[in-house]
Each structure stands twice: as C-alpha cells, then as structure tokens.
Unconditional design. Structure first.
Ligand code: BTN
Length: 269
C-alpha cells in the first residue's frame, strides 16, 4: 500500500476542496517541487505538484531538504492570493495549522504530541517531522503567485535520513512503527488548508489557523534565541499576536514583536 507510487486519483477521492488539488502533477523525480510549481506558475490557483523524490529539495535559509524516494510527502501548492505583500508570511502559519490538523486527523495516536514550532516547523516528540517553505513571485509591486511547499517525513526509516539529521529529525513511521498512506494525509492537509485560506482571504485575519498555532505551539512559554543574519537575542515567548507574530519578552524586560521573515528560532528551555 504505502510503498507504491502516489496515486492522484486516491487523493482526489478524499478531497473536499473546491480549488486546491483539483489539478495534480505527480512526478517520479524533480529538483524541487517548489521550483517545478514556480515553472508552472502561469497555471491556475490550486495546482498541486507532488514528487516521489527531490534531488535538490530545499528548506528555509537555503538549507538542503532530504527527500528520499517514495518515503515522504514532498509537495507544493500554487496560490494566487489577493493579498498585500506583508501578509504573505502569514500563509506559512495557515500551512502549519493545516498540516497539524491533517496529521492529527489521520494519526490520532499522536494526539497532543504534534507541535508547531513557529513559524514553519512541525514537530513530534521534540523532533522535526516536517516543514513549510513559502516562496513568492512579485511583479509591478504586487504579489503574482505564492508557492507553499510542504515537506513531511512519513515513512522514512533511520537510514533514509542523512547521518547529521538522525537525532533531530523523525518520521511518522519511526514514531509509530507503522507505514502510513500518504494520499489520505495529503487530502486531509488540502481540505484543512482551503478552509483556513478562505477564512484568511475573506477576513484578512488568521482566525482558526491562529488558534491552532497557539494551542499547539512548541515555543509559547519557552526561552528562545531569536536570530537574523546579523545577531541573536535571548527572550521568552509570551504569545502569538493577532497577525501571527511572535510576542517575546527580552532579558531586559522589554516586549518585542517579531514577524517571521528571515528569522530563525532556537528553543533553549
Ligand atoms: C524547512 O523546514 O526549512 C522547510 C522545508 C520545506 C521542504 C519542502 S519539500 C516540498 C517543497 N519543495 C522544496 O524544495 N521544499 C519544500
């Protein structure tokens, strides 16, 4: 079942969406599904690009994303939101909430253990199981398209991870000792994403997606180091603000709000 090639018809069978995933491109191999989606960005909103493997999968900050064949969900969604540029990073939180719900629905065994590490990591048992990479194309000062890439370690065994990731990363298979059907998880994520996305577009507020990110946050209450390219500060995370920004109290007692952008976050305790 699970080691077979991804079957788009089976995804469609579980889809309840209007637009997302109604056009699916399934590939055996590609450099990166985000790059492929970008090459197809003249196509309609909702296009889903899936690949069994990525030869140049990438994460945030130009990191490599290990994407072995047939073992994970390596997918990208083409979005054409009517949103101003500053709202685009919030789509990562919409994606994180959808992944959370999609996983929770299929794997209730993990209930209470799935956490969102703001803004884009999904964790189980304190290890990274997935991540989201949001990229956009702009033109004439406005957003032309957004590519939301989701990587999820589903059926990877220990040896499928590069040695340097084996302690920090995990998969559903490693956590439960069972193989999972990728198609159902993909459909669950798209179903959840479309609801949250439409709410966000109509109300320009994160709404339920924000509640999911808050209630299942890996960082609220934690001491963290917040870094950009130049410097890092230590702080305690107080909450997520209404726009999904991170609200922190710095060591000097001052409050600050941080929007995701090029920020990385390390949990310190
Ligand atoms: C991160 O945690 O840094 C984000 C990882 C995002 C990985 C996914 S896999 C599908 C899509 N294609 C890519 O090249 N990256 C994203």
């Amino acid at each position: 079942m699970t080691q077979l090639r991804l079957d788009p018809d089976r995804i469609v069978k579980f889809l309840q969406t209007k637009t997302l995933g109604r056009e699916i491109v399934r590939l055996d191999s590609v450099d990166s599904t985000n790059s492929e989606c970008k090459r197809r960005s003249s196509e309609k909103e909702g296009l889903l690009v899936l690949s069994e493997e990525q030869t140049a999968g990438r994460g945030r900050f130009g990191r490599t994303w290990a994407s072995p064949k047939g073992k994970g969900i390596w997918m990208s969604l083409l979005l054409k939101p009517d949103l101003p540029l500053p709202n685009i990073p919030q789509l990562t939180l919409v994606g994180a909430a959808a992944v959370y719900r999609g996983l929770e629905k299929e794997a209730d065994y993990f209930s209470g253990q799935i956490k969102i590490k703001w803004p884009n990591d999904i964790w189980i048992s304190n290890k990274k199981i997935g991540g989201i990479l949001t990229e956009m194309q702009t033109g004439a000062g406005s957003v032309q398209s957004v590519i939301l890439g989701i990587g999820l370690n589903i059926n990877l065994a220990k040896e499928d991870f590069p040695p340097e990731l084996r302690t920090a990363a995990t998969s559903l298979f490693l956590e439960k000792g069972e193989l999972f059907e990728r198609e159902i998880i993909i459909a669950n994520i798209l179903n959840e994403f479309e609801r949250f996305y439409l709410e966000f577009l109509v109300q320009r507020k994160l709404g339920e997606a924000l509640t999911v990110c808050r209630e299942n946050s890996a960082v609220i209450g934690k001491k963290v180091k917040v870094s950009d390219q130049e410097m890092g500060i230590e702080a305690r995370v107080i909450d997520l603000g209404p726009q999904g920004e991170l609200l922190v109290k710095m060591n000097n007692g001052k409050l600050a709000s941080i929007i995701s952008g090029e920020i990385s976050l390390q949990i310190q305790g």
